[in-house]
Design a binder for this molecule. Structure first.
Ligand code: PEP
Length: 247
C-alpha cells in the first residue's frame, strides 16, 4: 500500500526564525507513525533546515535548474541540492509554469535534471479555472503528465511523486471538493495503469490547493488521494502537524 505523504511548500515565505521555531516544536513532538513528511523551503534555508529538522522529515527545494553546471548566474543545480542532503524537489508548480514561463518541455528537463542528481521529483499538475469551466480538466492534467512520463524510462517513472493542484484552488482559500479531487486523481491513476499496473498501484498522488486542518481529513480519506502538498498552512507548525495527524 501507498504510505501517505504530507509535504509543505513554504514558497518565498519564512525566515531563519521560522525554521528554528519548527525545529524547536518538532524536537518535542511525536511525529505521526506511518506518515511520510517533507518540507520544501527556500534555497537559503535548505542547509539549516536539514541540520535542525528531524531526520524523519525529508527536506526539499521548490525548483532546480535544468542544467547540471556552468555559466547560469543565479541558478541552482540538482547536484548542489543532493550535496546538501536534499531528497526531493518540486517541479512544475503552477507558479513556476505561469509566473516563470516553464512549459512542459522545461518541466521535463527539470524532472530529468532531478533524476540525474538522485532527487525525487514531485511533479505538479493542474488546470486553470478557465480550463475547468471548458471541461478540459482531464485533458490538461493528463497532457501535463504524459509530457513527462512518455519521455522517461520505466524505472525513472517509478521515482516520481505526483501532486494534483487545481490552479484555482492554490492560495485562494477555495478547495476542490473531495469528489472533484478524487475524480481527477482516479483519472491520473487510470492513465498511469496504461504505462504499468504496478506503477499505478505504487505511485503517491498528492492533492494540493488550500488544504487546511479543517478540510484535510475528508480529502485524505479519498481512495486515490495519498497525501497533500500544503502551501499556506505549512507556515504554521501547528496547522502542518494537524494535517499530518489527519493522514
Ligand atoms: C501550493 O503552493 O502548492 C499550495 C497548495 O498552496 P496553498 O495550500 O496555499 O493553496
Amino acid at each position: 500500500m501507498r504510505a501517505p505523504l504530507i509535504a509543505g511548500n513554504w514558497k518565498m515565505n519564512g525566515s531563519l526564525e521560522l525554521v528554528e521555531s519548527f525545529a524547536e516544536t518538532l524536537s518535542h513532538t511525536e511525529l505521526p507513525a506511518g506518515v511520510e513528511l517533507a518540507l520544501m523551503v527556500p534555497f537559503p534555508y535548505l542547509s539549516v533546515a536539514r541540520a535542525r529538522l528531524p531526520k524523519a522529515m525529508a527536506i526539499g527545494a521548490q525548483t532546480l535548474s535544468d542544467k547540471s553546471d556552468g555559466a547560469y548566474t543565479g541558478e541552482v543545480s540538482g547536484s548542489m541540492l543532493s550535496d546538501l542532503g536534499m531528497q526531493m524537489v518540486l517541479v512544475g508548480h503552477s507558479e513556476r509554469r505561469t509566473l516563470f514561463g516553464e512549459d512542459d518541455a522545461a518541466v521535463l528537463a527539470r524532472v530529468q535534471a532531478a533524476l540525474s542528481a538522485g532527487l525525487k521529483p514531485v511533479l505538479c499538475l493542474g488546470e486553470t479555472l478557465e480550463e475547468r469551466d471548458a471541461e478540459q480538466t482531464e485533458a490538461v492534467v493528463l497532457g501535463q503528465l504524459e509530457a513527462v512520463m512518455d519521455a522517461l524510462m520505466p524505472e525513472q517513472r517509478r521515482t516520481l511523486v505526483l501532486a494534483y493542484e487545481p490552479v484555482w484552488a492554490i492560495g485562494t482559500g477555495r478547495t476542490a471538493t473531495p469528489e472533484q479531487a478524487q475524480q481527477v486523481h482516479a483519472a491520473i491513476r487510470a492513465r498511469l495503469a496504461q504505462y504499468d499496473a504496478g506503477l499505478a498501484e505504487s505511485m503517491q498522488i498528492l492533492y494540493g490547493g488550500s488544504m487546511k486542518p479543517d478540510n484535510a481529513a475528508e480529502l485524505l480519506a479519498q481512495a486515490d488521494i495519498d497525501g497533500g502538498l500544503i502551501g499556506g498552512a505549512s507556515l504554521k507548525v501547528d496547522d502542518f502537524l494537524a494535517i499530518c495527524q489527519s493522514a
